[in-house]
Design a protein around this ligand. Structure first.
Ligand SMILES: Cc1cc2nc3c(=O)[nH]c(=O)nc-3n(C[C@H](O)[C@H](O)[C@H](O)COP(=O)(O)O)c2cc1C
Length: 324
């Protein structure tokens, strides 16, 4: 089964993505955090940088767009086509209030007729260009009962794949993914249905795989941020499921990976403050594997200067090394 890296706004941009690709394997496809094309017909420089081919060498990448305007989606898809991309993805999952109130992301699910018209226009136009498109969706805005109708709509169009994070917009990240409804999607979409949600360990993956042995791909976000080697561990025949502690070699690799991300951000982002902001966000995930090191994790969180940050990180890796 293939593993995809989920799009994570603010985190999995090209700096993180390149570092991950350099140090860790078995991710068949990465998706960009959402880009939000609008009437201005311009992407921001951050968005442009994220999809430039020279920033994504050797990486299989799908640009993701967040919009409810077919016109803007098509413009962005054309732009992506010019850069050599063959697939673009529509974000119907983002649960954030400011996005949803504009009927974008999972807010778009609340107006299925408009969504249907959008998909019709987009698929007709894209067909002429040969560009493929896929959708990443939740199961509804307010109720799981919305999903049947949504599936019917999606099924009218030649989606390359339908990635389902089976929660509602109103769940945000609470409650459990609704595997039953994912099963309904599999009945309709077969192996074009791709699962996403709460796969944090090899053990989680195995139980998903037992229930859906024919699924061809899973997408993982937070699990890979917490353990960047998760997709590799999943591919290993051997290995203990749910292994959480780091071996010496793994710790060394994580350290090199961390260095690469840090250096990448320092090159790409002006000002240590902004770099620190990014790194701290990363540690909210990485830190979960360093239980018992709360004092140093707090030091990372509180670091105001780069030296303080680096000292705390050095301390974490050193202490973790002592425990092996
Ligand atoms: C901080 C953060 C940023 C996210 N940004 C995006 C995004 O830009 N596009 C998207 O489709 N999903 C985004 N997501 C959702 C993830 O791609 C994924 O669907 C979600 O985290 C559930 O998968 P997981 O349990 O494997 O993490 C984001 C999630 C988080 C926590």
């Amino acid at each position: 089964m293939e593993c995809y890296f989920a799009p994570m706004e603010g985190i999995t941009g090209y700096v993180y993505r390149n570092a991950h690709h350099k140090f860790y394997g078995n991710v068949a496809m990465y998706f960009t955090p959402f880009l939000a094309p609008n009437r201005s017909k311009k992407l921001t420089s951050r968005e442009t940088n994220d999809i430039l081919p020279e920033h994504n060498q050797g990486i299989r990448l799908v640009p993701q767009f967040l919009t409810n305007q077919a016109e803007d989606f098509l413009w962005a898809a054309k732009k992506a086509g010019e850069l050599g991309y063959k697939e673009v993805n529509l974000n119907l999952g983002c649960p954030s209030g400011t996005v949803v109130s504009k009927y974008r992301g999972s807010g778009f699910l609340a107006i299925p007729e408009e969504l249907d018209r959008f998909l019709e226009r987009v698929s007709t136009e894209l067909e002429k260009t040969g560009m493929r498109f896929s959708v990443k969706t939740r199961i509804g805005k307010n109720s799981p009962e919305e999903f049947g109708r949504l599936l019917g709509i999606f099924n009218q169009y030649p989606l390359e794949r339908l990635i389902i994070h089976p929660r509602l917009q109103t769940d945000f990240y609470r409650n459990r993914p609704n595997l039953e409804l994912f099963g309904e999607a599999v009945k309709v979409f077969g192996n074009r249905a791709c699962y996403n949600g709460d796969i944090f360990s090899k053990k989680d993956f195995i139980s998903f795989h037992e229930r859906f042995p024919d699924a061809e791909a899973v997408m993982m976000g937070r699990g890979l941020l917490r353990n960047p080697a998760l997709a590799e561990e999943i591919a290993e025949e051997e290995g203990e499921p749910g292994r959480e502690s780091l071996s010496g070699a793994e710790l060394q690799r994580l350290k090199s990976f961390h260095r690469e991300v840090l250096e990448g951000y320092r090159e790409a982002i002006p000002g240590d403050r902004n770099v620190l902001f990014k790194m701290k966000e990363l540690w909210t995930y990485l830190g979960e594997r360093f239980a018992g090191q709360e004092r140093l994790l707090k030091k990372i969180k509180k670091a105001r200067r780069m030296e303080e940050y680096e000292e705390a990180v050095e301390g974490i890796f050193e202490e973790a090394g002592l425990w092996i």
